[in-house]
Every structure is written in C-alpha cells, then in structure tokens.
Design a protein around this ligand. Structure first.
Ligand code: FPP
Ligand code: MG
Ligand code: MG
Length: 369
C-alpha cells in the first residue's frame, strides 16, 4: 500500500486495532490469547482499509444520510468514517480471523502471518473454539449497530464462507473412476478434455466450482462488507452506491484470491508468512494455474483427475505449471477482475478516497504476500 494511503487511514486503523483487541478479551486468559493471536500479528488489514475508503467515498451521498448525520453528530460528511463503520470493520475482521482459525485446522497449516499457526501453537480444539468465540463477539457487535439489514448482509457473508469452504472440500476428493496413480491403461492416448467426454465434463465442472468457491470464500466477504459500510453511511436501497460497493468488492475479492492462488506457486514463503511451494496441490486443490497449464499440456489431465494424489504428482504438476504460460494467464485472469473493479467506481464523484480505491486495484495485483 502507498505511504500516502497508509497515512490517511492510520487514525482509523489505530482506533480499529485498539478496540478490536479489547473486544476479544474473554473470562479465561487462554481464550483471550487464542482470540488475539492472529490479530496481534502483522497483517495487510485489507478488509478494514477498504471499508474505511468506501465509507469516505460515499458518506453523504445517500438519501438517508441526513438522519445518519444527526445521529452521529458529524458535521462534514466528506471523507468521514462513522463510528458504526469502524465497528463494522471490527465485525468483518473478527469473522475473517475466525475463518482463518478454522481454515488452518482444516488445511493442517503449520504457519500463518510469519509464525506458527494457531492450531500449531494451541492445538486444533482450542483453535476451533477460539474461532467460535470470535464469531460470537462479532455477532454481538453487529447486533449493537441496530440495523437489521446490515446484520442480514453480514450473516449472508458468513454463510457464503462456509458454503465456499464446503465446495472446495468436495472438489478435493477425486471422482470415482479417476485414473489410478500409474496413469491407467491408455490414459495418455485420451485427450478427453478436448472431446467433451466424461473427463472433460469433470474438468469443466471443476473450473465452474473453482470460480464459485473463489467468490464464496473470499469475494463475497469483500462484497458484503463494502455493501454494509455504505448502508451504514445512509445509502438507501434505491441509491446506486450499494451496487457500486458490492460490485467493486466482488471483483476486487476475486482478483485478490486469484493472486493468492498464483502466489501459492511462485510466492516466497518468508514473505508470504505461510506455507507456499504448491501447498494447494498438496491439499488436492485445483486452482487457476493448474487449469491453464492443462490447456497447454494434456499430461496435466490425469494429475488433476486424481487430485495430485499419485507418487510424484505434485512435483510433476508444479513442473508443468512452471513450463507453460499458466502463471501469466492466471495473472491476466486476476487483472480482468481488477480492471472491472476499477471501472465500476466510475459513478462515484471525485475524491481522494475514490483515487485510493482505484489504487487498491493495483495494490492487489502487485502484492507479494
Ligand atoms: C483461507 O483460504 C480461508 C478462507 C478464505 C475461508 C475459510 C472458511 C472457513 C474455514 C469456513 C468457516 C468460516 C468461519 C467464519 C468460521 P486458503 O486456505 O485458500 O488460504 P490460506 O493459504 O491463507 O490458508
Ligand atoms: Mg483453506
Ligand atoms: Mg488455508
């Protein structure tokens, strides 16, 4: 993120961070430690930053703003962030961190944010309970905002996270009849993905599931969070700003996750702060780079169909990905989403926050961690 952008958001981030740490204290010191564990580690804080920027870019524009203005005692809507919008950022971060606590159990992840993961540090049971506790605190804070429509949008985002994770978990399992680890009789002579056979259908289905789960597990939370922020800022359902926020969040979230999938292949583990080196392949996950590699090299097909479970499959798949244009094409796919995110901001009136939101599309594309 640019220094200027960081400076302009610093007071809000500081307020957010202090309040968040206080909010997740529990009656037992152990639960407090687990709940605060990821929050205390360095993070991009991308969701809170986006919430503050969309708030600054849209507060004062919506039909219901005058009522909000009176309620919050805010004199100048331009470039403000309401207290309720800071609370929303806390709600969304608690949900995000809860999902990471659960995710690291599901993925058996050794590292997160440059340190041992919560399950590695505390054990699986405690990590799961820490996530549950954060969800409880998030719901209480969200309810305190007194806006059922916002509560509903946030709850939808939570359901989408779980839905996306389940789609992914199902896709990790090879379908019955997938080629065995030795390649299977005649499997090399059968470029089924080109001829619409069952295997071709399976790959097409996997690609559709990939895009759907990418939306569900990442883009949806961006989209709903930004939509909730403009709702708290007084945007009525007839105002265009809700749609702008939802579309921007969704497109940027897709770009963010696709870059994450790319970094899994070429990111530096130290910089990422989590396991890289094709960790997704090791989990049996087929992501954009593997699909694009298949378009250039059909040796990828049996590996995908058996989810890289055969001996040497992960190494072979990695080699194929790196020897094709797969990573470049993955970046182009992410760029297409980032460009749409940039373009959908067009109706917003000019402001420094609008420029910062535009810049965030470049930040997401340039990220190395
Ligand atoms: C990280 O993905 C994980 C997510 C974006 C969502 C995980 C969602 C759940 C576990 C469902 C339960 C949700 C809640 C709120 C309790 P990743 O594993 O691809 O990325 P990583 O490399 O950062 O681990
Ligand atoms: Mg995961
Ligand atoms: Mg994970």
């Amino acid at each position: 993120m640019s220094a200027q952008l960081t400076m302009s958001l610093a007071p809000h981030i500081l307020q957010f961070q202090t309040s968040l740490l206080n909010r997740v204290t529990a009656s037992t010191p152990l639960l407090t430690r687990i709940a605060q564990y990821y929050i205390l580690q360095p993070s991009k804080r991308i969701r809170p930053c986006l919430i503050f920027l969309i708030a600054q870019a849209t507060n004062g524009l919506g039909a219901e703003w005058p009522a909000k203005l009176q309620a919050s005692g805010t004199q100048c809507p331009h470039e403000t962030v309401l207290p309720s919008q800071v609370s929303l950022a806390e709600v969304i971060e608690m949900i995000h961190v809860a999902s990471l606590l659960h995710d690291d159990v599901l993925d058996d992840a050794p590292l997160r944010r440059g340190a041992p993961s919560a399950p590695a540090a505390f054990g699986n049971k405690r990590a799961i309970l820490g996530g549950d506790f954060l969800l409880g605190r998030a719901m209480a804070l969200c309810a305190s905002l007194g806006t059922p429509a916002v509560m509903s949008v946030v709850a939808d985002a939570l359901c989408a996270l779980v839905d996306g994770e389940l789609i992914q978990a199902e896709a990790e399992e090879p379908a019955r009849g997938a080629p065995p680890a030795d390649g299977g009789a005649g499997s090399e002579a059968r470029p089924a993905y080109l001829n619409g056979g069952d295997q071709s259908k399976e790959v097409v289905g996997l690609w559709e599931d990939y895009l759907k789960k990418t939306y569900m597990k990442t883009a949806s939370l961006f989209s709903q969070a930004l939509q909730a922020a403009v709702m708290l800022g007084g945007a009525a359902s007839a105002d265009p700003w809700r749609e702008v926020a939802a579309t921007y969040g969704s497109e940027l979230g897709m770009a963010f996750q696709i870059i994450d999938d790319l970094l899994d292949f070429k990111g530096d583990q130290k910089e990422l702060g989590k396991a890289a080196n094709a960790a997704d392949l090791k989990l049996g996950l087929v992501t954009a780079p593997a699909f694009f590699a298949l378009e250039e090299d059909e040796r990828m097909l049996p590996l995908i169909l058996r989810r890289f479970e055969g001996p040497g499959d992960v190494e072979k798949a990695l080699e194929i990905v790196l020897s094709t244009q797969a990573l470049e094409r993955t970046r182009e796919l992410a760029q297409a989403y980032a460009t749409r995110a940039y373009e959908c901001l067009e109706p917003l009136p000019p402001s420094p926050a609008k420029v910062a939101l535009q810049t965030m599309t470049e930040v997401v594309m340039a990220r190395q961690r």
